[in-house]
Design a protein. Structure first.
Length: 207
């Protein structure tokens, strides 16, 4: 700026003129910027508080038994239904319903958890859990439909074994054998194949 004006007084006047012309816009920008910063911090604080509350509710739920579990799971879902803790609470409730022999309610909880899974990995886990309960409830067609969504390589063995179980229950021994074979040939890590091998060889001996 000094190179454009001859005296310091001219520099000051030029700065004043520039501020008159642009100061209002800058002021608005500063206010909006500060609002965004403080708004973001408030949002972060609010999100943290929500997560902490959901975590606390989930921990308390994990210490309960019986009907109290179902009540706590419903309360957590009502307060934090969009959180992973609500999904976890639904799976805990499902386990307790299974223990109580109420497969219908367990299926209902797991379907909700699947619909609200936080990511693809959780979706695959929940499909496996839901399929097992559906199989126990003799809903074999539903088992096959639920398992259609499982495509991750690490879940192939569990998915195909359950598919084989459902097909076998439907009387499709050839389809079951093929599913068991695919499960055995998969690269799934940490999967105990002893029971799967027994199922596969039992069908092989019948062919």
């Amino acid at each position: 700026m000094a190179g454009e004006y001859e005296t310091e007084e001219q520099q000051v006047e030029a700065l004043k003129a520039w501020w008159r012309n642009n100061g209002s816009a800058i002021g608005v920008g500063v206010v909006l910027g500060l609002a965004a910063i403080f708004g973001w911090r408030y949002w972060e604080s609010s999100q943290l508080a929500n997560a902490q509350d959901a975590s606390r509710q989930f921990y308390e739920l994990s210490q309960l038994e019986g009907e109290q579990v179902f009540e706590a799971a419903a309360a957590l879902r009502a307060a934090h239904g969009d959180s992973a803790y609500a999904v976890g609470a639904a799976t805990v409730a499902a386990k307790n319903y299974i223990d109580a022999g109420n497969l219908d309610k367990a299926i209902e909880e797991l379907r909700w958890a699947l619909d609200n899974a936080p990511d693809t990995y959780w979706e695959h886990v929940l499909r496996i859990r839901l399929a097992r309960v559906l199989l126990a409830d003799a809903q074999t067609s539903e088992v096959l439909q639920v398992l259609d969504g499982n495509t991750m390589a690490s879940f192939v063995a569990m998915t195909q074994e359950l598919r084989g179980d459902a097909l076998l229950a439907q009387g499709d021994t050839a389809g079951a054998r093929a599913a068991y074979g695919e499960a055995r040939d998969s690269d799934s890590v940490g999967f105990d194949t002893r029971l799967l091998d027994m199922k596969y060889y039992d069908l092989e001996s019948q062919s």
